[in-house]
Design a binder for this molecule. Structure first.
Ligand code: SIN
Length: 288
């Protein structure tokens, strides 16, 4: 395609599993014309996880691309990069032994009143082994539920909190000294916010499970004895292989995912190697 051409023909190749897609034929370091941006947004609404290979963006370019998708989200609990208040560096050093940052299923910042619609992650240093990211398709998982379960879930509101990750008694709180990332632990993380357990995507109109083992701490009106087994069953359902896309990174790759209908999980398996990624978020809406 010619740079700047209106609605240039980008290639959107669905991943073999049918969830997620690879997008080529465009240069994200330059502003996208309106037609191309519309194609990207359309592909994102249809595929939820878009991988753009060969996009070695500078931090300024990463910020500029993010702002074409929407305004920046609010990123708490990790100090941003110097001079780039909206970019987080996801870093793990060769000698770190802890679970990778984001190393359990979650949807980013779902404990916020308006959780981010998108997260954009660009690989800077990729280890020679491991370091893949798993994505689970909350919409397909919802579609596959029996009608009785859909009816049971329809009125439920899940309670989200950052407490397990960033609260004073969290796993990160115990590991601050041995992590290279500037994680911020705060009593603020113990606050809770409820969202529909099944939310409707504002663009595609599809319903999706909106829960995660990291940030969902209960269900309104249910005791833990009632809520926990239901949540466990839903996590087991949603993370079956048939709903999961495993992303294998190469350096200079950009992935944009939709937090409204997916969970993700950063895998390890690269002890002894450095992994560095740069991450932004795009503001979202109140889930309905
Ligand atoms: C994250 O949860 O944002 C980190 C994902 C990754 O590093 O693969």
């Amino acid at each position: 395609m010619a740079d700047g051409a209106t609605g240039a023909a980008i290639q959107v190749r669905p991943q073999p599993s049918g969830f997620g897609a690879e997008v080529t034929g465009l240069d994200l370091s330059k502003p996208l014309d309106a037609g191309t941006l519309a194609q990207v947004k359309d592909a994102w609404a249809r595929h939820a996880v878009l991988a753009f290979p060969d996009q070695p963006l500078t931090l300024d370019e990463l910020e500029a691309f993010t702002l074409q998708i929407g305004p920046f989200g609010d990123d708490p609990y990790v100090a941003p990069m110097a001079g780039h208040p909206n970019v987080l560096e996801v870093r793990r050093e060769p000698d770190e032994k802890t679970t990778p940052f984001g190393g359990n299923w979650h949807s980013d910042w779902s404990f916020q009143e308006r959780p981010p619609a998108a997260t954009i992650l660009r690989s800077e240093i990729v280890p020679p082994v491991g370091g893949d990211t798993l994505y689970a398709d909350g919409a397909a998982a919802y579609d596959a539920l029996p009608d009785e379960m859909k009816a049971r879930l329809a009125p439920l509101r899940a309670v989200h909190s950052a407490t397990r990750a960033y609260g004073p008694k969290s796993g990160y709180a115990r590991e601050l000294e041995v992590r290279s990332m500037p994680i911020i632990v705060s009593p603020d993380a113990d606050k809770t916010w409820a969202h529909p357990l099944v939310r409707t995507h504002p663009v595609s109109g599809r319903k999706a499970l909106f829960i995660s083992p990291v940030y969902t701490v209960g269900i309104e009106g249910m005791t833990p004895d009632e809520a926990d087994p239901l949540l466990r069953d839903l996590y087991a359902h949603m993370t079956q292989e048939r709903f999961v896309y495993r992303h294998v990174w190469k350096a200079g790759m950009l992935v944009m995912w939709d937090n409204r209908c997916t969970m993700h999980n950063a895998l390890g398996g690269y002890d002894g190697h450095r992994r560095v990624m740069h991450r932004t978020t795009v503001a979202g809406e109140v889930p309905v």
